[in-house]
Design a binder for this molecule. Sequence first.
Ligand SMILES: C[S@@+](CC[C@H](N)C(=O)[O-])C[C@H]1O[C@@H](n2cnc3c(N)ncnc32)[C@H](O)[C@@H]1O
Length: 219
Amino acid sequence: MIPTPDISHLTAKDYDSIYEPAEDTFLLLDALEAEEQALKDSKPSICLEVGSGSGCVSTFLTKIVHPAVYICTDINPRACVATRSTGRQNKIELDVCNASFALPFRQRLKNSIDVIVFNPPYVPTSFEEAQFAQDNQHLEGAWAGGLDGMHVTNTFLSDVKDLLSDKGRFYLAALKQNNVSEIQTRMLEEHGLRSKVVLERRAGREYLYILCFQHSKAL
Ligand SMILES: C[S@@+](CC[C@H](N)C(=O)[O-])C[C@H]1O[C@@H](n2cnc3c(N)ncnc32)[C@H](O)[C@@H]1O
């Protein structure tokens, strides 16, 4: 069993401004652990986590996939500080960038990222609430997902195909209300990415999924 990263350096005050690891985070860790052998076999060299928050997920990923370059982005500058400090607390170096999605790397890392992970803001809210949260880069941006909870996720989904390497895997957390089967069909029909549900679990009022997408030719 892969140990959960040490995040004891993060305090209640940190969690006033960054997302505290919760059931969705831990389901993602369990899914990555379930994929451990497949991930190792694919010998990834570049990993990207979009919306790294506390840094818990990327730090966990480094225990499975190494050596590799680990890039993390978050729109919340405080989350970027937390991600970097969580890496150091666990004696690994994460390359952290305060940015939206993977925008600074879209050209340079075109079709070169082997593992992408995104636990997005997936809670259904009004469009305005999600847009405000995106523009203001604070804690609300961790969960406000707009209509169907898909406003933020959809923006990234249209970039994934061009970021993933031929052997790349993209892990996405989603909520039942996000309409998981519709996401899977759309990603296949519009972007040629096949997918599977790696894990699904009820967590209180939420029913959560972790999906894995790959280029059709990689399967
Ligand atoms: C649900 S939290 C997940 C945090 C962490 N990955 C985890 O699993 O605990 C979503 C994270 O995405 C970040 N985020 C929201 N919109 C983003 C965007 N457009 N680009 C990058 N990060 C974003 C939020 O600031 C937040 O840290």
